[in-house]
Design a protein around this ligand. Structure first.
Ligand SMILES: [Zn+2]
Length: 451
């Protein structure tokens, strides 16, 4: 558990006293937001209810990232009257962290946390553990600032000049920052920002070197998707202008990179009269082998990790707590593994294993459901109850959730189901929508039908 205490705080601005929650333990293993909050200076932020002033409390806390084996204590110099008191406090935080962990996760590094006396120092340590250096942070700031300037550019011509002058700064990371900004704008519903960011991206794709590269890569991947054959993959690999594009092609076309594929490549190599082209194909062959090896190694390592997690869940006395702690690792690879294990247990008639795996499956569905907004949870339940009578009952019980955004979501979902062509599901979705509409206005007290 991340530890939260209520503290009495005297506002430095209006001198009024109020209570606010403060965090003493930030455990990334249990609260994945803890890392971002730490990096962005959002830990122990308080808001004075009397004068409205916001500020960050300079209080000690323990930062723990089990995956990186990182244990840090933020201990500003003004905390504690003397060294003794400081040491005692560090000791009590440390034991609180250790006691909060299951036996198998109590490791030696926790006993010797590194003491950080400034927030900047702590943030740098956290980033360093991710392999991010100060220089990289500076570079990232410069990229974010350039993106801002591009978004604010008053004309296309100015945008083009800025792109030309900063071509070296516009790399794959720059495009990632752009996508991240787009996502944030989408989530917070900032339509104008979305439009401008899309316009900037469009311009970048035609005017920057990296943009043109991304465009070519996108086109080549699309060509492979449209014609997923060994011959096409080989043609594209031969044509591809750089290694990153070739890597992307190999990853997408991995199932095609087999013995027959290499036969094709060898044949082409032997048929080529030019010595230079022969050498190019030979080095291409070496490169493909190397990339394939790396991808397979990474996949193997990932599946080994997920398989260890599945075993731990099956053996744990409290699998739900474990699954919550390691929710970030419950990804597509984990689901693939779980599905394959279930199939295998079913085919061998191992009923005990089938039941155990089924329990894990149900628990994960439940946890996944929890991460959804309550409105969406309601919609999922409405789609899954047995009878229309139960739909009615659920809707009656949850009238306060029947808001305009939910009705819009239901409309979109129904339309998508119709498009997918499943009549039974579409009929249910239409029924849910119709009943929800009938019940909504009275409950929510406003007009719900969108334009
Ligand atoms: Zn105040």
């Amino acid at each position: 558990m991340s530890q939260v205490l209520l503290a009495r705080i005297t506002c430095p601005n209006c001198r009024n006293v109020f209570q606010a929650p403060v965090e003493q333990i930030l455990d990334v293993g249990q609260d994945p937001t803890a890392k971002l909050r730490t990096i962005n200076g959002l830990v122990n932020l308080v808001h004075c209810p009397h004068c409205g002033m916001d500020g960050q409390l300079n209080l000690p806390f323990f930062y723990h990232d089990p995956k990186r084996e990182l244990a840090l204590v933020y201990m500003p110099l003004e905390a504690g009257r003397d060294e003794m008191e400081r040491q005692r406090f560090i000791g009590s935080l440390t034991s609180a962290v250790i006691n909060g962990l299951p036996m198998e996760e109590r490791k030696g590094y926790l006993l010797q946390p590194q003491i950080m006396i400034t927030m900047d120092g702590l943030i740098n340590k956290v980033l360093e553990a991710d392999g991010i250096t100060k220089e990289m942070i500076e570079a990232q700031r410069a990229k974010a600032a350039l993106l801002r300037r591009l978004v604010d550019a008053s004309s296309e011509e100015i945008m083009e000049v800025m792109i030309r002058e900063n071509d070296a700064l516009i790399d794959d990371e720059f495009f990632r920052i752009l996508l991240m900004n787009l996502e944030i704008a989408r989530e917070s519903g900032q339509g104008a920002d979305i439009q401008r960011l899309i316009a900037v991206r469009h311009k970048l794709l035609e005017a920057s070197s990296e943009g043109r590269r991304i465009k070519v890569q996108g086109e080549m991947l699309e060509a492979l998707r449209n014609e997923p054959t060994r011959e096409k993959l080989l043609d594209l690999l031969v044509e591809a202008p750089d290694r990153r594009i070739r890597e992307a092609l190999i990853i997408l076309g991995l199932p095609l990179v087999d013995y027959r594929f290499f036969q094709l490549l060898t044949m082409r190599l032997e048929e080529t009269p030019e010595q230079e082209e022969k050498e190019r194909l030979a080095s291409l062959r070496a490169e493909i082998l190397e990339v394939r090896g790396k991808v397979e190694e990474a996949t193997r390592a990932l599946y080994a990790e997920r398989s260890a997690l599945l075993r731990a869940l099956l053996q744990s006395e409290n699998p739900e707590a474990l699954a919550r702690r390691r929710f970030a690792e419950i990804d597509q690879a984990f689901i693939n593994l779980l599905t394959a294990s279930l199939e295998e247990a079913r085919s061998t008639g191992d009923l005990a294993t089938v039941r155990a795996l089924q329990d894990v499956w149900n628990m994960i569905l439940k946890l996944t459901e929890e991460t959804l907004p309550p409105e969406i949870q309601l919609f999922n339940r409405l789609m899954n109850v047995e009878s229309e009578g139960e739909v009615e009952k659920l809707l009656q019980e949850n009238r306060e959730l029947l808001t305009a955004p939910l009705l819009q979501f239901m409309e979109r979902a129904a339309a998508e189901m119709e498009e997918a062509g499943d009549e039974e599901i579409t009929r249910r979705a239409r029924f849910v929508l119709e009943r929800a509409r009938a019940l909504a206005p009275a409950a929510a007290g406003f007009v719900t039908s969108p334009a």
